[in-house]
Design a protein around this ligand. Structure first.
Ligand code: ARG
Length: 415
């Protein structure tokens, strides 16, 4: 069985996130000027969707009390206001189930431990920025990473929630210069936009400059236009990369940030859509080593590593790329371990994932899985997740979704 054709050209290996084909993240060559703000899911909540969610919540949480009064109250609230307000417990459960249903995430065994920061009252861009920074600090915990989600105001009949333009809260800038990119080519469009909006890169510019947050407010702040907020350096934990056996590896001057925080997927629960709901887990080494630092359209480091290893790079058949990718992965694991930063490896995480699948089956639930995302980008067949089929991804129930507008914004194309 082969993964789909885009599997080798898209981002990420293990995250709770879609690997978006690079071509779709960049604005089209003929990108028109800023499009007018298009309302997304502003319409009234579908009562049937709300009821289905409330029933699921009560079925899985028998201690929450009788379901019928809650269903009646929700239906009444929707009839009166066009929407309803989740209880704190419903929101927490909905976010956890959205993680549990993320077909592309290998780390779902611990879905019940997702920590909720309920910030549904927040719409103002300065406050959104401060809460995003608060998320980084609370989730990082000096390296003892905690899976965390911050939920901002929803879209609703009476107004929009805020938007976070960044695809992740922490990403490195990519500066276009002379047909090349300094830094991460993936963020070149977004970096252009941040600069157009007034961001000044550090001087001199480097390969690992943390991008600012770009945020649009919700509610009465919708009209204000996007704002740029620098992230304080002490909120971003980074790990310089060294190799357990090769001293020269440190001279490559590579690093990566500890926390992957997906910030442009909307969280849909029971008919309510939260457009800004950044969430994080912790990294699996191959995401950094075999994709971010290795992909030809990212940091493209394999040739440099192979040469430093003294490998013969004259032909693919010497397997220099494969060997370099393995050593890069060893370096990432070693460096994160030394720094005391949570990081999974693809062998352990694959085993844990199959335990998750078994538990879901034992609970009588479908377990949606996207094979091409779950199988790690190196040594696929050496992990047990490779050797079987799974339930197809579904599109119902609480879910994280990536809409086209969010993709365009993260690619630097304002919508
Ligand atoms: N693959 C993405 C990246 O390299 C991160 C996706 C989320 N990953 C995770 N382990 N939760 O930045």
């Amino acid at each position: 069985m082969a993964p789909p054709p885009d599997a080798g050209t898209v981002d990420a290996g293990s995250g709770a996130l879609p690997r978006v084909p690079a071509a779709r993240t960049a604005p089209p060559a003929s990108a028109p000027g800023p499009a007018p703000v298009t309302p997304t899911r502003h319409v009234a909540v579908d009562p049937a969707e709300a009821e289905e969610f409330v029933r699921l919540f009560h079925t899985e949480n028998p201690g929450a009390g009788p379901v019928e009064p809650r269903v009646a109250a929700v239906r009444e609230e929707i009839a009166r206001t066009g929407t309803y307000v989740h209880t704190g417990a419903e929101l927490e459960f909905g976010a956890r189930v959205a993680w549990r249903s993320s077909a592309r995430c290998i780390g779902r065994l611990y879905w019940r431990s997702l920590h909720l920061r309920d910030r549904r009252h927040v719409t103002e861009p300065d406050e959104v920025a401060a809460e995003c920074v608060g998320h980084l600090r609370e989730a990082t915990r000096k390296g003892r990473i905690r899976s965390t989600i911050t939920v901002f105001a929803p879209d609703g009949p009476s107004g929009r929630g805020p938007r976070i333009w960044n695809e992740q809260l922490i990403r490195y800038a990519g500066y276009r210069a002379g047909g090349r990119v300094l830094g991460d080519p993936r963020t070149a469009g977004f970096t252009d936009t941040a600069r157009t909006l007034g961001w000044t890169p550090p001087s001199p510019m480097g390969r690992f400059d943390v991008l600012p947050l770009v945020l649009s407010g919700g509610g009465e702040h919708v009209k204000d236009g996007p704002q740029v907020h620098e992230i304080p350096a002490d909120a971003v934990l980074e790990v310089p990369l060294t190799h357990p056996d090769h001293a020269w590896f440190a001279d490559l001057d590579l690093r990566w940030h500890a926390l992957p925080v997906i910030s442009n997927m909307r969280l849909d629960i029971g008919g309510i859509s939260y457009p800004a709901a950044p969430f994080n887990g912790w990294y699996m080494a191959t995401e950094i080593a075999a994709r971010n630092l290795a992909d030809a359209d990212r940091y493209d480091m394999l040739a440099e590593v192979a040469e430093a290893m003294g490998l013969d790079t004259s032909s693919d058949r010497t397997l220099w790329r494969d060997r370099a990718a393995v050593e890069l992965t060893a370096a990432v694991q070693h460096s994160f371990d030394e720094a005391g930063v949570s990081l999974a490896d693809h062998h352990g995480e694959s085993r844990r994932f199959l335990r998750f699948v078994e538990k879901e089956e034992a609970a009588g639930r479908k377990c949606p899985v996207d094979w091409s995302w779950i199988v790690p980008p190196i040594s696929g067949g050496l992990t047990p997740v490779f050797h079987r089929y799974y339930d197809e991804p579904t599109d119902t129930g609480p879910m994280f979704r990536l809409d086209d507008q969010a993709v365009a914004r993260a690619g630097g194309c304002p919508v």
